[in-house]
Design a protein around this ligand. Sequence first.
Ligand code: HEM
Length: 202
Amino acid sequence: MTIKIPEPFFSKGFKPLLFVLALLPVALLAYGAWADSLGANPIETITRDTGEWALRFLLITLSVSTLRRIVGWSQLIKLRRMLGLFAFFYATLHLFTYLWLDQFFWWEEILADIIKRPFITVGMLAFMLLIPLAVTSTNGMMRRLKKNWIKLHKLIYPIASLGVLHFFWLVKADYREPIIYLIVLSLLFAERIWHSLKTKRI
Ligand code: HEM
């Protein structure tokens, strides 16, 4: 089902504008750190914010194809790589906040934490799987890997699922936020299944 909505004019300035907007969360965190306004536990605020933005960008990246199919805006595809790389950017900041500000690069403790706490194990796995996607995001890699590129980039599905699981696992009482992410992810998956059944391509 395609709802025909006239494609907005994606002028040349739109992508740079989106780039600047995507940097806003990290800019606000940097300003908060400078102004000492990140609350009682600034490290926790930075960890949580960067983690949430990593997950949001993963879901935004996944929604590009869905939106393209539903409203027929073909130009949207030009933004997908940048959005995916922002997911990697925020996940990297998130990981480094944990490694540096939380654990002070104390590798024995970090390793023990990865083994001991399932939500850290799952987060780490999600991050490891993101690395090959970021590394192969260039046009050259796309050409070189051909069909394998598409197969490899399907890793975004387990990565986003692990991101949601990571959130569920770390929450202790209030599940409202991870439930919202789960609903969004399930809707994106459902649209894909529906689309591939319709086109008989899974
Ligand atoms: C793709 C990878 C990842 C995604 C999408 C992700 C996402 C998230 C999200 C959404 C939160 C919850 C934020 C909130 O409470 O509002 C979070 C928290 C957290 N994540 Fe991740 N994460 C990822 C990888 C990792 C990795 C690799 C580590 C460490 C090795 C990690 C460690 C943590 C920690 C320590 C917290 C805070 C837990 C707490 O406040 O109790 N995450 N992450």
